[in-house]
Design a binder for this molecule. Structure first.
Ligand code: UD1
Ligand code: UDP
Length: 369
């Protein structure tokens, strides 16, 4: 039996790799090993618990105030030992984090083939998202197999001379994860049950990207504050990322307002369900741009560009930039114009039908045949 090792370290990687781990395990065609770097500690553990995944290896690398160089060093060194010990037939990495890139590099040094899940997304700006765009490019040049969510992602890879035979279109595993946790009549069991989702316009906010630290993040939060001040019916829910840089700015600008709920990060199940109950979503996250359209929720993306153009083209995601005025205008239009809102609030799902993990399993079987 061939040995497949998966490695992931942050919340989004865990959410998107969990259904794949489950699929590979339940099919029983591979010897499956799970390694986590724990680039995130608590936010990773929340996902492991939800999906009941017990890693075989845990590098436990997270440090407060870690730089991308720290993460790279610690993952590279940790993965060297794990790969030496296990000698998997393939290492599956996910997406674009520093865990992804450093693990792929460690596998290359150990001459272990790499399969890249969520391959081929490009913004074509190496500093935005930073460092993710470059993490993805480097991982593409190392990988042996590329699991691309969309046809557009395949085209990006072909334009970089990646062999066509090594690429498959699978959809995004995030849809597999999302469909497994969103439920009608979901109850949170906390203060989120007290919000009047029918009569209030609930804005779900997330913001964490490195390129937004500092002035862009302040501008974004000022725009949100203005939106609340000028619209009585708006109520904001912001599950704050655990990064202290983000939390300090959020508390300074958004703290102390009874219509702004600054709360701890939510488990994936309540988070997916509050997406479903929200009026609109304002975010700089990658994964949320894929999930919210599937739930029919308009998304304002607080970034200068996106590597996920599919939902923008479909009209359910708007890239608003990071200026106070542009973010405010984009959100205000959706709050105040029913017509604009209805144009965007359509369920669109360019990221697959929830069978990405099954397709990846099939591609892996083909590869080893
Ligand atoms: C990382 C990824 C980013 C991804 C994001 C998802 C890199 C360079 N960045 O960014 O691509 O979009 O995760 O959330 O790979 N922290 C905790 N507990 C946690 C998680 C984070 O305390 O469970 C704090 C720590 O102080 C840590 C800091 O947040 O040092 C930053 O974490 P880090 O992984 O370096 O960066 P993110 O901004 O989370
Ligand atoms: N998410 C979550 N709890 C939260 C905020 C986000 O479970 O409090 C989920 C969200 O549904 C998505 C993923 O985390 O699947 C996005 O992670 P993040 O924004 O940290 O990273 P990115 O997608 O930008 O890399």
């Amino acid at each position: 039996m061939k040995k497949i090792m998966t490695v992931f370290g942050t919340r989004p990687e865990a959410i998107k790799m969990a259904p794949l781990v489950k699929e590979l395990q339940s099919n029983g065609q591979f010897d499956v090993k799970v390694c986590v770097t724990a680039q995130h500690r608590q936010m990773l553990d929340m996902v492991l618990q939800l999906f009941d995944i017990k890693p075989d290896y845990d590098l436990d690398i997270m440090q407060h105030g870690q730089t991308i160089t720290d993460i790279t060093n610690r993952v590279l060194k940790g993965m060297e030992s794990v790969l030496q010990q296990e000698r998997p037939d393939m290492l599956l990495v996910h997406g674009d984090t520093t865990t992804t890139f450093a693990s792929a590099l460690a596998a290359f040094y150990a001459k272990v083939p790499v399969g890249h899940v969520e391959a081929g997304l490009r913004s074509n700006n190496k500093y935005s998202p930073y460092p993710e765009e470059m993490n993805r490019r480097i991982t593409s040049s190392i990988a042996e197999l590329h699991f691309a969510p969309t046809v557009g992602n395949v085209e990006n890879l072909l334009a970089e001379n990646v062999a066509k035979s090594s690429i498959s279109v699978t959809g995004n595993t995030v849809i597999d994860a999302l469909l497994s946790v969103v439920k009608e009549d979901y109850r949170f069991g906390n203060e989120l049950d007290e919000i009047d989702y029918n009569n209030k316009k609930v804005v779900l906010l997330t913001c964490h990207r490195r390129e937004n630290w500092g002035e862009p993040m302040k501008s974004i939060f000022r725009a949100v504050k203005r939106l609340v001040n000028e619209n009585e019916e708006v109520e904001v829910v912001f599950p704050m990322h655990l990064n202290p840089t983000v939390r300090d700015i959020a508390r300074e600008i958004l703290g102390g307002d009874r219509r702004i709920h600054l709360i701890e990060p939510l488990d994936y199940e309540p988070f997916a369900n509050i997406m479903g109950k929200s009026y609109i979503i304002m975010t700089d996250s990658g994964g949320i741009q894929e999930e919210a359209p599937a739930l029919g929720k308009p998304v304002i993306v607080m970034r200068t560009e996106t590597e996920r153009p599919e939902a923008v083209q479909a009209g359910t995601v708007k890239v608003a930039g990071v200026e106070e005025e542009s973010v405010y205008e984009a959100a205000s239009e959706l709050i105040n114009s029913e017509l604009e809102y209805l144009k965007m609030a359509r369920a669109v799902n360019p990221y697959g039908d929830g069978t990405a993990c099954q397709k990846i399993n099939t591609e892996l079987l083909k590869y080893f045949k």
